[in-house]
Design a protein around this ligand. Structure first.
Ligand SMILES: [Zn+2]
Ligand SMILES: [Zn+2]
Length: 138
């Protein structure tokens, strides 16, 4: 797929270098609204997850978090990047780790559950649609 502004080829697998907002952009061409990147309280994210599932005609998902354990930042550090979250397709659950308590991470994982796909073009477009929907309602 290509960035809608500069036309450069973009690879959804390199999602950390992309901006998902309506469409999928390269980092040079678009940035996130800062409110999408803020860390938010878990109950607020649960509420957003419900709203998003309802709006997109999806069965509810279960959000999980592990803040009950002692926070250990090293646990989430995987070489070069923090592990923010994991989607569990079988149980339709999303584990949000503390560094991932933000709307962009929630939408990223919801898009995996909604599409049933890894970092594909389909997934990328779904993620961009979810984030644009949320941004319009902040
Ligand atoms: Zn671009
Ligand atoms: Zn992912």
């Amino acid at each position: 797929m290509n960035c809608p502004r500069c036309g450069n080829l973009i690879d959804p697998v390199q999602h950390g270098d992309l901006v998902f907002d309506g469409q999928v952009w390269c980092q040079g061409c678009h940035h996130y609204d800062e409110r999408l990147l803020e860390l938010r309280p878990f109950p607020e994210l649960e509420n957003w997850a419900q709203l998003i599932c309802g709006a997109f005609g999806q069965e509810p998902v279960r959000l999980l978090h592990d803040e009950a354990f002692l926070p250990d930042p090293a646990k989430y550090w995987h070489g070069a990047t923090f592990l923010l979250a994991e989607a569990c397709h079988g149980s339709r659950g999303i584990m949000l780790h503390p560094p991932g308590h933000r709307l962009t991470t929630l939408c990223h994982e919801l898009a995996h559950l909604f599409t049933g796909q890894d970092h594909t073009e389909n997934w990328a477009r779904a993620c961009a649609a979810l984030i644009a929907w949320v941004k319009a309602r902040l």
